[in-house]
Design a protein around this ligand. Structure first.
Ligand SMILES: Nc1nc2c(ncn2[C@@H]2O[C@H](COP(=O)(O)OP(=O)(O)OP(=O)(O)O)[C@@H](O)[C@H]2O)c(=O)[nH]1
Ligand SMILES: [Mg+2]
Length: 295
């Protein structure tokens, strides 16, 4: 079903319809994002372990917007999550862009619904990097972990990347290395002056995914955040907002597709001639084309 969704087309729509059932919502979607090599996959492997110990079924989507489908990062993800490769209660799937970054942002929520439909309680979504698409995909989560490493704590960089807005929990991973405490302090300072913060202050937690240190506290924080969302009603609000956002992205995608289909058509060439003859300005020309497309 995930492959059908990636491929798109009529069968993808059928899968989408069948898995879009409110009764099938996954208990908790946790996003894990951060710079390349920060330890996201190793951390994901640890979180799978913690979730399995609690008895839930775990689905993992490892999403890489930057590399081609057979890219090294995804192979790395696979190797890093080998700890649970033989566990029947764990399903791990990599997804890459195959050309269109927008396509990935469109496919991710559908993929999460597929995992929910087959009975996953927890879905972990790992995204590489801190660009627009990653932040968008991270926004698909109920709880978003932003993973940084010691020496990283450049607050300007974080606010530029929009990480402050998406982070529910900051993880300073590789805390077995020097500088973790300073990075934590930088992040705390940054949170102190963040005006946009609601009633949940993102905790800043130190972990070493390599050794397992700090993982229990991280897992507790993940569960606590889920409970907070439930208690405040934010869980339903976030999920509703995500659905509306998803609809908006699909709308843009469909309009773009229609616009591309117009290019080269008779109507397009006619309006282009008016534009190049300086009889229509670009706004007038675009409006004329939109009308043509609708009629
Ligand atoms: N010292 C140390 N190394 C770690 C820790 N966690 C992960 N690593 C190492 O860091 C490297 C990258 O780990 P990954 O888990 O693949 O990192 P990632 O963020 O998933 O990487 P990409 O998916 O390629 O962006 C590997 O060599 C890990 O063994 C840690 O806590 N301490
Ligand atoms: Mg990884």
């Amino acid at each position: 079903m995930l492959s059908l969704i990636e491929r798109g087309g009529d069968l993808a729509r059928r899968v989408g319809e069948l898995t879009f059932a409110p009764s099938r919502a996954v208990d908790h979607v946790v996003g894990i994002t951060g710079a390349p090599g920060a330890g996201k996959s190793t951390l994901t492997d640890r979180l799978i372990g913690a979730a399995r110990a609690d008895g839930g079924q775990v689905g993992v989507l490892a999403i890489d917007p930057s590399s081609p489908f057979s890219g090294g990062a995804i192979l790395g993800d696979r190797i890093r999550m080998q700890g649970h490769a033989l566990d029947e209660g764990v399903f791990i799937r990599s997804m890459a862009t195959r050309g269109s970054q927008g396509g990935l942002a469109l496919a991710a929520p559908e993929a999460i619904r597929v995992l929910a439909a087959v009975g996953m309680n927890l879905v972990l979504v790992e995204t590489v990097g801190v660009g627009q698409v990653e932040v968008e995909v991270a926004g698909e989560a109920d709880t978003t972990l932003v993973v940084v490493t010691p020496g990283w704590g450049d607050s300007v960089q974080a606010s530029k990347a929009g990480l402050l807005e998406v982070a529910d929990i900051f993880v300073v991973n590789k805390a077995d290395r020097d500088g973790a405490a300073e990075t934590r302090r930088d992040l705390e300072n940054m949170l102190d002056i963040n005006p946009a913060m609601g009633d949940w202050r993102p905790p800043v937690l130190l972990t070493s995914a390599a050794t397992g240190a700090g993982i229990d506290a991280l897992w507790s924080a993940v569960i606590e955040h889920r409970a907070h969302l439930e208690a405040t009603g934010d869980l339903a609000i976030r999920r509703d907002r995500r659905l509306v956002d998803e609809m908006g992205r699909i709308l843009v995608h469909l309009v773009e597709r229609d616009v591309r289909a117009l290019e080269g058509s008779e109507g397009f060439e006619a309006v282009k001639a008016e534009l190049l003859g300086r009889r229509l300005d670009p706004y007038q020309a675009a409006a004329r084309l939109l009308e043509t497309g609708r009629s």
